[in-house]
Unconditional design. Structure first.
Length: 496
RNA sequence: GGGGGCAUAGCUCAGUGGUAGAGCAGCAGCCUUUUAAGCUGUUGGUCGAAGGUCCGAAUCCUUCUGCCCUCACCA
């Protein structure tokens, strides 16, 4: 058992005193924050509060002070032997840091001026049997604060218990989600649910998690890598404005901006294109910044990010030309190959030669690290965008944008491809391309989802579609360095 | 997958070849308005795991495990 003997002993002692250390309820009259807000009106009045004990200051066997913390505040309570019957006082002496308690009594101020509750009625609400390493603090300084990164991730509850800032990240995350929902509802969008478990996968390029379905004769199945194909079926079905907020699962690398399971928001709006959606995107994200931080200008790791719309827009070719100093259009295939080889001798140039893939490589190698302030990179090559309409006036490009902030791609959007015949051809091309590069380790063979092609075949109106990476937005708006810090329970290797 | 770093008491950390330490927490006391409470005493560790070098290893070497950073992969 992981429990501590001395605390188990105290649990037993409480029971022997006739006290249930795990009672059923405790009605509170106020949260601690409410008490501080209504201090003047509540002084000398009886109140009932509950929280976790974070500090004990004993004055002999007859009186002591404790600090109690609830979700967002802390309050001192005062306990004196004369106020209690013998068994209750015995139970009070068994208190430990980490226990949950319920306190009833009048609010008063000590002679040092600290707001305190004079406990007249004491209840243990939960006896901990594992010691909780709560830090000590004076003013803003914290002492002995739990800081082992691994423990903070593996035992997130302990992170939350010991660090209010960790709880605040979750609050900000929830606020981002509710703000998004309000924004979308105001614009008349319908929130829909798409399947997590699918017999086919698509809508992105990624290696899926695989499983089998017993009820379907061990049929192979996959975890969703993107909700895109499902949402487009809604559009075909006659829902003009739909969105979803869901988990996507990609069986790929883990680092500070990638978790195998992450939260995505995607929306599709009929009769609009990517130009319109770029404005929607910057409007939504800047609003999130304002809601969460109070300003369009957000400090992230010592850099001020300015989310004020409109954001900078650059075509991917201009970015490579201006930032990377490579003018792709002025170079022949052979010259491009040479350039790529200079930049990365190990880069595997696939056959048949695809300028589109080279452009993508050049952007990520030469430009991505410079994408600090919010910037839309637009008009990507056709070859790397199989679900996107061709750019008006340039059939080698597509109408697509990827917003970058702090070197991270925080979204992806298109004027969605709606021509079913072209869609079928493009998906087949992608599959053939995959087959060609299968030898490269980790390459995924993307199936052609024929039911999706069938859906498009029945007529899909012009549509703008947008994806937004929720976890990365939370990182940016809460100044967290790693995606792990904004995901409550990130994936870690099994502990032995 | 490559390179670098870290792993010592419940927590925060010292300890670079010679008997495993401190503060906090815990335990036993003193203290009836304290607040990182204070004071006295005290329990607690296969030094991440396994192997090796050595008279002797927390410390040096090898392997393994986990975490962090970084590069690669991830259109």
């Amino acid at each position: 058992m992981p429990f501590h003997d001395d605390l188990l002993e105290k649990r037993q002692q409480l029971m022997q005193l006739g006290i249930n250390p795990y009672p059923y309820s405790f009605p509170i009259s106020h949260t601690l924050t409410e008490i501080r807000e209504k201090e003047a009106e509540l002084l000398e009045k009886d109140i009932a509060i509950a929280g976790r004990v974070t500090a004990l200051r004993r004055q002999g066997q007859k009186v002591f002070f404790a600090d109690v913390e609830d979700f967002d505040n802390r309050m001192q309570v005062y306990l004196k032997q004369q106020d209690f019957s013998d068994p209750v006082w015995q139970s009070i002496l068994l208190l430990d840091i980490g226990d949950w308690v319920g306190i009833k009594g009048p609010l008063f101020k000590t002679k040092t001026g600290e707001l305190t509750i004079w406990t007249k009625d004491f209840s243990i609400l939960s006896k901990c049997v594992i010691r909780v390493p709560i830090s000590k603090e004076k003013g803003d300084k914290k002492y002995y604060q739990l800081s082992d990164a691994e423990t903070l991730c593996r035992q997130r509850y302990l992170h939350w218990i010991t660090d209010k800032k960790a709880r605040d990240v979750m609050v900000a995350r929830a606020k981002i989600l509710s703000t998004i929902r309000r924004f979308m509802e105001n614009k008349g969008f319908l929130e829909v649910t798409t399947p997590t478990l699918e017999l086919s996968y698509g809508g992105a390029s990624a290696r899926p998690f695989e499983t089998t379905i017993h009820a379907l004769s061990q049929e192979k199945a996959y975890m969703r890598i993107s909700p895109e194909l499902s949402l487009k079926r809604f559009i075909v079905g006659g829902f003009p404005k739909v969105y979803t907020i869901c988990q996507n699962f990609r069986n790929e690398g883990i680092d500070r901006s990638h978790n195998p399971e992450f939260t995505m928001m995607e929306w599709y709006e009929a009769f609009t294109d990517y130009n319109y959606q770029m404005e929607q995107f910057e409007q939504l994200v800047s609003m999130l910044a304002k809601e969460v931080t109070g300003s369009y200008k957000v400090l992230y790791q010592d850099i001020e990010i300015d989310f004020t719309p409109p954001w900078k827009r650059m075509t991917i070719l201009d970015a490579i030309k201006e930032i990377g100093k490579v003018d792709v259009n002025a170079l022949s295939d052979e010259e491009l190959k040479k350039k790529v080889h200079e930049l990365d001798p190990k880069y595997h140039i696939i056959e048949p030669f695809s300028r589109g893939h080279i452009i993508d490589f050049l952007f990520s190698t030469l430009c991505e690290e410079h994408m600090v302030q919010p910037t839309f990179i637009i008009d990507h090559p056709l070859a790397i965008s199989p679900l996107t309409k061709k750019k008006r006036g340039n059939p080698e490009l597509v109408e697509r944008f990827e917003p970058f902030v702090m070197r991270m791609e925080i979204g992806n959007a298109y004027s969605e491809l709606t021509d079913p015949v072209e869609q079928y051809e493009r998906l087949k091309q992608q599959r053939e391309f995959d087959a060609d590069s299968m030898e490269k380790e980790g390459t995924v063979h993307h199936p052609v989802d024929m039911d999706f092609v069938k859906a498009i075949g029945m007529g899909m109106p012009p549509t703008g579609g947008v994806g937004l990476g929720i976890d990365r937005i939370v990182m940016l708006l809460t100044n967290q360095h790693s995606i792990r810090d904004v995901i409550a329970f990130p994936l870690l290797r099994r502990e032995e």
